[in-house]
Design a protein around this ligand. Structure first.
Ligand code: NDP
Ligand code: OXD
Length: 322
């Protein structure tokens, strides 16, 4: 009998993951938490668990997996794992998958075009049955600045370049990328921001990125650009921005608009002023959902590789936290 696998997802459809994994790894016993993340199955089964497929796993569940060998994050982000006070010393693998990457690329392009093409203003005009053309800069005059040029940032950058946007990016370490103007580290931040019309955050949540995007940072974006003011798109993690500062920036004109898929606290409070501010697009953390149909195959393949003694792919470096 092969080692067991536990699907532990809080708030996600556990059964759709379990069904897909069961189909792909029929010889591995598959256990599941409840949708709440609580494990209520037979306790003895947990001792056999070698792999956990996790989204926001509970500490008490992790603590009971004494034979755990690998943690698979069902998301590209791993902050939900590092948020736990105690983690076993086993490899942590994150999700890198063309399906997830394509979905994020679509989201960033969708929102960048929405702001470029004055989507909000035209929707308002339509609601008033108003036929009036508005000034429209060309994409080639607009610079999108991406914070985080990882798997997702790079794919979004390529698509934006294809559409004609100028693209620059800011990363932790120096990078190489044709057609992208590159900046890195704390010293690179201000020169990066000074030329950005649409700021896109695709950063992981780490101590260094927590609360990074605040009012002072937003004030450094290019003000005299072709869009009449800078825009902010966050599809990384909500806690890398300061929500109260974004509200202030939208109210005082520091920002001309924003698209937010991630929030400091999710779901976004029904009372948040963000819901009603003009030119703000709110989506409920769906920029790039993890689809079991697309992603489970890759996790099953990683488990087969591991059991053949081959190296795991997409390992997270715990020292970097992403
Ligand atoms: P990667 O690990 O591939 O890339 C992360 C990028 O962020 C790298 O370029 C890295 O720099 C940069 N970075 C990290 N820390 C810093 C720092 N302190 N200063 C500057 N740059 C930094 O991640 P992905 O592209 O795969 O994913 C990014 C994030 O997107 C995920 O961590 C997750 O939080 C979020 N996400 C959101 C989803 C949604 O639906 N809203 C869906 C999927 C992911 P360097 O290249 O130098 O290492
Ligand atoms: C992820 C996410 O990290 O969906 O993949 O946020």
């Amino acid at each position: 009998m092969k080692p067991a696998l536990l699907v532990a997802t809080k708030g996600w459809d556990v059964e759709s993951w379990a069904r897909r994994i069961r189909h792909l790894l029929p010889e591995h016993p598959i256990l599941c938490t409840e949708r709440s993340g609580v494990y209520a199955g037979p306790e003895a089964g947990l001792a056999e668990v070698a792999y956990i497929l996790a989204w926001k796993p509970r500490q008490d569940v992790i603590d009971r997996l004494l034979g755990l060998q690998v943690i698979f994050s069902l998301g590209a982000g791993v902050d939900h794992i590092f948020a736990l006070p105690r983690l076993p010393d086993v490899p942590l693998v994150r999700t890198v998958d063309p399906d997830l990457t394509a979905r994020m690329m679509e989201y960033v392009v969708w929102q960048a075009l929405h702001h470029l093409r004055r989507g909000h203003a035209y929707a308002l005009q339509q609601s008033e049955h108003l036929w009036r053309d508005l000034p429209q800069p060309a994409a080639r005059h607009v610079t999108v600045g991406i914070m985080g040029l990882g798997v997702l940032g790079r794919s979004a950058a390529e698509a934006l370049i294809h559409l004609g946007f100028k693209v620059r990016a800011w990363t932790r370490q120096p990078k190489q990328a044709p057609d992208i103007e590159l900046f890195h580290g704390p010293d690179g931040m201000d020169p990066f921001l000074a030329g950005v019309d649409i700021l896109v955050a695709l950063l992981p949540l780490t101590p260094a990125t927590t609360g990074l995007i605040n009012l002072a940072l937003l004030k450094k974006l290019r003000r005299e650009g072709p869009l009449g003011g800078p825009f902010f798109i966050n599809a990384g993690r909500g806690r890398s921005h300061v929500e109260a500062d974004i509200v202030e920036a939208l109210r005082d004109g520091t920002l001309a608009g924003a698209s937010l898929d991630v929030f400091e606290t999710e779901p976004l409070d029904v009372e948040s002023p963000l819901w009603d501010l003009p030119n703000v697009v709110i989506t409920p953390h769906v920029a790039a959902v993890s689809d079991p149909e697309a992603l489970a195959g890759q996790i099953a393949e990683q488990i087969r590789r591991f059991e053949r003694g081959e190296p795991l792919r997409n390992l997270v470096d715990p020292r970097c936290g992403y």
